[in-house]
Design a protein around this ligand. Structure first.
Ligand SMILES: Cc1ncc(COP(=O)(O)O)c(C=O)c1O
Length: 404
C-alpha cells in the first residue's frame, strides 16, 4: 500500500522503463537501514511512534508511518507494489486468500439494489458468492455463458454495476473475450472484475484490455510451490485506496507478513516458472490428445481448443492447466487417479508438483449436476495442473496410469 519503494542507489533507476522480468525481481523493494539484498520479513503487528504527535499525524493521514499490520506492513507493501508493477496497475491491496480478494473486491463495488452479471464458468466458491451470498444482501445476479457475446449483450442491456469472470476459467479453460465484454460492461455502467489466477500477469494483463479490477488467488502460481494462501486486488488508486482499503482496514481480511514474504519471493521466479509450466502442459496435452482412452483434451494452446484464436489474441502463452475427459467416465477417472505414482491427487493448482483432481466430486461438487452439465464438466473430467517436474516423467506417469 504505502510508497516506500525507493531503490537506495547513488543514481535512482527509472522504474517505469523496467521490463517485466526486472519488475518481478526488483519492483516495490523497500530496503531497511541494514541494506539487505533480499526482501526483509517484517514480522510485526504494530509500529512504534517517536512521539504522540507523530501517532496523531499518522492517524490523521498526514504521515506515511505504518500504523498496524491489518492496515499495512512493509513486507506486504513490497508484495503489493511488485504485483502492481507486473499487472500495470496503479495500486494493489493484498488479502488473506484468493476468495477474500474476490469477495472484498465485489463488496467494494456493490450495494443493496445493485446488479452483477458473471460468467457461469467460475470456480465453485466464486459461484457461491454470486449466486447464493450476494442475493441475500439485495444484490441481483445473473449468470451467462462467458464465451457467448450475445448472452453478455442481452444481460448487459440493463443497468449493471459489476461484471465478474475468469479467463481461462477453472476447470474447463474457457476463454472470455476480455475487450468485447469490457466494452459491453462499460456501456451498461459496470466495472469489470477479472480473476487472473490461471494466466498470471506473465501471460495476460487484463487492465490493458479494459478490465477495471484484477483479482488473484496468489495461492496458485504466484506462490508456485504450494506453501501459502494469499490474494490480491488491483486497479486504480481511486478504487483501491478510497473504496477497498477502508473495507479491508476495518473488516480485516489482511495478508500476513510471512505469507507476503513468501509471495514476494515467488514473484521473482514467476516468469521462469510459467514458461516451464506452459511448455510442460503443451507436451502433456499433446500426449493425452493422442491416447485412445481420452475423449477430449482442453488446452487453450492447442488449435482444437474452441477458443484457441481468442486465447492467442489476449494471452502470450497458454498456461499450465490441462483438462481432459476419460471416455469411460467416473470409474475410469478414479482408476487413473488412483494409479498415478508421481502426480498427486489434490484440488490445489499452480504448484511445482503436478496435481490432478476430479472436479465433479471435489472443486465443483457443490454447484450440482445441472450446473456442471452447463459448464461441460462430466463424470470423466480430470483437471491436471502440470508442474515443473521433467515433462517426460509426467507423461510416462499419465500413460502408465491410463493403463492398457
Ligand atoms: C480461479 C480461482 N479463483 C479463486 C480461487 C480461490 O483462491 P484461494 O483458494 O486462494 O482462496 C481459486 C482457487 O482454486 C481459483 O481457482
Amino acid at each position: 500500500m504505502m510508497d516506500g519503494a525507493v531503490p537506495r542507489k547513488k543514481t535512482e533507476a527509472d522504474t517505469s522503463k523496467w521490463r517485466p522480468q526486472t519488475r518481478a525481481v526488483r519492483g516495490g523493494q523497500i530496503r531497511s537501514n541494514f541494506d539487505e539484498t533480499s526482501e526483509a520479513l517484517f514480522l510485526t503487528s504494530g509500529y512504534a511512534y517517536s512521539s504522540a504527535e507523530e501517532a496523531e499525524a499518522t492517524f490523521k493521514g498526514e504521515s506515511n508511518h505504518y500504523q498496524y499490520s491489518r492496515f499495512g506492513n512493509p513486507t506486504v507493501s513490497m508484495f503489493e507494489n511488485r504485483l502492481a508493477a507486473l499487472e500495470g496497475a496503479e495500486a494493489c491491496r493484498s488479502t488473506s486468500t484468493g476468495m477474500s480478494a474476490v469477495f472484498f473486491a465485489l463488496l467494494a463495488l456493490l450495494k443493496s439494489g445493485d446488479r452483477i452479471v458473471a460468467a457461469r464458468q467460475l470456480f465453485g466458491s466464486c459461484h457461491y458468492i454470486v449466486s447464493d451470498l450476494l442475493p441475500k444482501y439485495g444484490i441481483q445476479s445473473e449468470l451467462v455463458d462467458g464465451g457467448d457475446l450475445a448472452q453478455w449483450e442481452k444481460a448487459l442491456s440493463k443497468p449493471t454495476q459489476a461484471v465478474l469472470f475468469e479467463s481461462p476459467s477453472n476447470p474447463m479453460l474457457d476463454i472470455v473475450d476480455v475487450k468485447a465484454v469490457c466494452d459491453l460492461a462499460h456501456k451498461a455502467g459496470a466495472k469489470v472484475v477479472l480473476d487472473n489466477a490461471f494466466a498470471t500477469p506473465i501471460l495476460q494483463r487484463p487492465l490493458e484490455f479494459g478490465a477495471d479490477v484484477v483479482v488473484h488467488s496468489a495461492t496458485k502460481y504466484i506462490d508456485g510451490q504450494g506453501r501459502t494462501l494469499g490474494g490480491a486486488v488491483l486497479g486504480s488508486k481511486e478504487f483501491i485506496l478510497d473504496k477497498l482499503q477502508p473495507i479491508i482496514r476495518n473488516c480485516g481480511p489482511s495478508l500476513s507478513p510471512f505469507n507476503a514474504w513468501v509471495l514476494v519471493k515467488g514473484l521473482e521466479t514467476l516468469g521462469l516458472r510459467i514458461e516451464r509450466h506452459c511448455a510442460n502442459a503443451r507436451r502433456v496435452a499433446d500426449t493425452l490428445a493422442a491416447h485412445p482412452a481420452i475423449g477430449r483434451v482442453l488446452y487453450p494452446g492447442r488449435p482444437d481448443h474452441p477458443q484457441h484464436k481468442l486465447a492467442a489474441k489476449q494471452m502470450s502463452d497458454f498456461g499450465g492447466v490441462v483438462t481432459f475427459d476419460l471416455k469411460a467416465g467416473k470409474w475410469a477417472a478414479f482408476e487413473m487417479l488412483n494409479r498415478l505414482q508421481i502426480v498427486d491427487i489434490s484440488n490445489n493448482l499452480g504448484d511445482a508438483k503436478s496435481l490432478a483432481t476430479h472436479p465433479a466430486t471435489t472443486t465443483h461438487m457443490r454447484i450440482g449436476a445441472e450446473e456442471r452439465t452447463k459448464l461441460g464438466i462430466t463424470d470423466g473430467t480430470i483437471r491436471l495442473s502440470v508442474g515443473l517436474e521433467d515433462a517426460e516423467d509426467v507423461v510416462a506417469d499419465l500413460v502408465q496410469a491410463l493403463g492398457a
